[in-house]
Design a protein around this ligand. Structure first.
Ligand SMILES: Cc1cc2nc3c(=O)[nH]c(=O)nc-3n(C[C@H](O)[C@H](O)[C@H](O)COP(=O)(O)OP(=O)(O)OC[C@H]3O[C@@H](n4cnc5c(N)ncnc54)[C@H](O)[C@@H]3O)c2cc1C
Length: 407
């Protein structure tokens, strides 16, 4: 049952994705606080989400994907790139590639050097461990009894072994566990999988938490505006079933709608670059030039190779034929290498695996892709900032036309 209008909760969380499910779980654990979790999408109960090998399906349907596209990218012959974002319980963790990979320890150290005190690797490691159950066992780097299950993919494809062997022959290191002592190297893929099924943030955090009386989850609820008392956020306006509702937050309003949608909600609520908001007739509550700027995403591209072997060993067809392979995600092996040492001949020979440059050493060398919708008119005043696009629910209430895809 949705809450009654203007009902008060301690916390109102917008978005039941990776972050929102964790927050809903942690904030209701001791029973002291009432929490409302609003999610625009619906259920994640589908074989296409739960079966790891089916991952290409949910990430390509409007039911579970907001289906954003980039603006024409000038350095890619003006092509628009897909920018999938999850919609529904679990958010992007319900449609993602199931790849479990922590940030490079040097990235955390770098943040700390730049002033983010408390974000060094030694500070964050206990939280990574606490969050995780590694099915192969916990150790100094890995968790053994957390809510998020991780496990290795099965290396049962001849190409995995050929790829690793090619790496070894080319002089690369193999790494036992890229989330453990050493990230750099070639090794087995760590996946967010439990008992052969996707372990999304919803499964890890929400399925049990939702049984608590102090947590209420409302699906198909689209947050349209943050409500303020002066400059203090005190509630959320949302649309459900064609009707606008409000809900109050005694303690906090938490935005966990992802990097595109949370930005849009801030802007619709009057927080963002003043000139841009004024252009859409949105009263400015706080002039913040950085809202919606500097979004960076990682490029991903695939090489497809014809296999000369007579035995079937391409990734996908045999995936369905081998027992247990449906529990594998997109890849079962992965490499982390410095870009200066990454040999395309090795990385591109990895049909069921992939090679990634280590971010701390490459961030300044890779292009950043910035996202903005194709239509309707962008909130962006320049092509490098972004906002989401949604269907015209509550259009009359929002100064910015919005477009969304409902299931
Ligand atoms: C296709 C794809 C593949 C990926 N692969 C990997 C991978 O293999 N490994 C990895 O580590 N990461 C991967 N990622 C990235 C990772 O999944 C995301 O970074 C992470 O899930 C983002 O978490 P979040 O909580 O910020 O947002 P999300 O998980 O996206 O959650 C946001 C939620 O908020 C909801 N929402 C948004 N706006 C509103 C609103 N106004 N009202 C109500 N609800 C709203 C959305 O519907 C969504 O459910 C992938 C992402 C995608 C999309």
């Amino acid at each position: 049952m949705p809450p009654t209008d203007a009902e008060t909760f301690d916390y109102v969380i917008v978005g039941a994705g990776s972050a929102g499910c964790v927050l809903a779980n942690r904030l209701t654990a001791d029973g002291r606080h009432r929490v409302l979790l609003l999610e625009f999408g619906g259920s994640d109960r589908s074989i296409f989400i739960q079966m790891p090998a089916a991952l290409a399906y949910p990430m390509n349907t409007t039911r579970w994907n907001w289906r954003y596209e980039s603006e024409p990218e000038p350095h890619l012959n003006n092509r628009r790139l897909h920018c999938p974002r999850g919609k529904g319980l679990g958010g992007s963790s319900s449609i993602n590639g199931l790849v479990y990979v922590r940030g490079n320890p040097l990235d955390f150290e770098h943040w700390q050097e730049q002033g983010a005190r408390g974000w060094g690797y030694a500070n964050v490691l206990p939280y990574f461990k606490r969050a995780e159950t590694r099915l192969e066992g916990g150790n100094a780097y890995r968790g053994g009894d957390g809510p998020l299950s991780t496990t290795y993919g099965t290396l049962d494809n001849p190409l995995h072994h050929a790829w690793m062997e090619a790496a070894r022959q080319a002089g690369y290191q193999l790494t036992e566990d890229y989330n453990g002592f050493r990230q750099e190297g070639f090794g087995r893929m760590d996946m967010t999988v439990r008992n052969g099924e996707r372990c999304s943030s919803a499964k890890a955090h929400l399925y049990d938490a939702v049984k608590r009386p102090n947590l209420q989850v409302v699906q198909h609820a689209l947050a349209t505006r943050i409500l303020f008392d002066g400059t203090r956020a005190v509630g959320v306006e949302y649309e459900r079933g064609g009707t606008l509702h409000t809900v109050r937050a005694g303690r906090e309003v938490i935005l966990s709608g992802g990097p595109i949608n949370s930005v849009q909600l801030l802007k619709l609520s009057g927080i963002g670059p003043a000139q841009e908001l004024a252009g859409h007739g949105i009263p400015v509550l706080a002039d913040r030039a950085g809202v919606g700027a500097n979004l960076q995403d990682h490029l991903e591209f695939y090489f497809q190779m014809a296999c000369t072997s007579r035995s079937p060993c391409s990734a996908m067809p045999t995936c369905w034929a081998r027992p247990g392979s449906a529990s594998n995600g997109c890849c079962a092996a992965r490499a982390w290498a410095r870009p200066t040492t990454l040999n395309p001949a090795v990385s591109s020979a990895a049909a069921p695996a992939s090679a990634i440059p280590i971010s701390s050493t490459t961030s300044s060398r890779w292009p950043s892709i910035t996202m903005a919708p194709r239509s309707p008119p962008s909130m962006a005043s320049k092509p490098t900032s972004g906002r989401c696009a949604r269907k015209a629910v509550a259009r009359s209430r929002c100064a910015v036309p919005i477009r969304a895809t409902r299931r």
